[in-house]
Ligand binder design. Structure first.
Ligand code: C2E
Ligand code: CA
Ligand code: CA
Ligand code: CA
Length: 277
């Protein structure tokens, strides 16, 4: 038993080492990715219940020269730990602004670009300054930008967060609460937050309409959000049944594979054209 114990410790240490090495490699590679144009943005449409395109969410993609496609679920958390998310986020903001503006003739005039914001970016002392400079440099009107923040960001350091949200609102930038329902916040804190949009997390949508509890929760969230003057987006809409149920519950905007997958910039014009047919 002793011998086995030592072996499993060795295996365990070996595993940790491998993980550490992998992470160190990924960290170095991520640095290269930013400078060597291995990063790309995909765009997923957000569609109003009346069919009008509300905007597009920008989603990062990393095509590694050797390891192939690495999903954001893997490298974003790492980039948050190393602080590299700040440079990444800056790159995303500029690219998204540039792409949206280049397409503006083909888009509905009030079409938004939605950008995911890491807590690390939001809490930096120079966040608002950097954002204002980026808008200035890219010529993107502030009212065309929506920032997606998770509940957790707004829950910790609430006063500072609320002050920043007020500044964003003054600038005209829209704010969405992302992945709503996955944090442990009470719904009542929403009263204090100057935000525009609430995105209900996919985990609440997946089992609609069969799961009656989920259906009730989603209906309740939508009603409450509407009373607070918020627009509601359902994330991860994959089936017609989900779409119909959400429409019956008065959901405002839909996002998910049923409507459109995230797509590269080069496919957006074709996608917009195909909708007119
Ligand atoms: P998220 O912000 O919740 O983004 C939605 C995710 O759901 C995206 O995954 C999207 O591809 C996926 N999705 C959309 N519709 C459906 C559907 O109908 N079914 C299913 N199963 N999935 C759907 P993706 O692109 O892999 O991104 C994962 C996460 O990585 C994002 O979750 C976001 O938290 C983060 N992320 C992506 N890009 C950025 C970025 O530029 N900055 C930051 N800070 N985070 C990002
Ligand atoms: Ca998001
Ligand atoms: Ca989300
Ligand atoms: Ca999510």
């Amino acid at each position: 038993a002793k011998k086995q114990g030592r072996n499993s410790v060795q295996v365990f240490t070996h595993e940790i080492n491998t993980k550490l090495t992998q992470r160190l490699m990924l960290r170095n590679d991520l640095q290269d990715a930013i400078t060597q144009e291995q990063l790309n943005l995909y765009y997923q449409p957000l569609i109003h219940r009346n069919g009008v395109v509300k905007g597009f969410e920008a989603l990062l993609r990393w095509q590694h020269p050797v390891k192939g496609f690495i999903s954001p679920g893997r490298f974003i958390p790492l980039a948050e730990q190393t602080g590299q998310i700040v440079a990444l986020g800056q790159w995303v903001m500029k690219r998204a602004a540039r792409d949206l503006l280049a397409l503006s003739d083909s888009l509905p005039h009030d079409c938004l670009i939605s950008v995911n914001l890491s807590p690390l970016q939001f809490h930096r002392a120079d966040f608002l300054q950097t954002l204002a400079e980026t808008l200035e440099a890219t010529d993107l009107p502030a009212i065309r930008l929506e920032l997606e923040l998770t509940e957790g960001v707004l829950m910790n350091d609430t006063e500072g967060a609320i002050a920043t949200l007020h500044r964003l609102r003054e600038m005209g930038v829209h704010v969405a609460i992302d992945d709503f329902g996955t944090g442990f916040s009470s719904l009542s804190y929403l009263r204090h937050l100057p935000v525009d949009t609430l995105k209900i997390d996919r985990s609440f949508i997946t089992h609609l309409p069969d799961n009656r509890k989920d259906t009730a929760v989603v209906g309740g969230i939508i009603d409450l959000a509407h009373h607070l003057g918020l627009t509601v987006v359902a994330e991860g809409v994959e089936t017609r049944e989900q779409h119909q149920t959400l429409a019956a519950l008065d959901c405002d905007v839909f996002q998910g594979y049923l409507l459109a997958h995230p797509m590269p910039y080069g496919s957006l014009v074709d996608w917009l054209e195909s909708r007119k047919l």
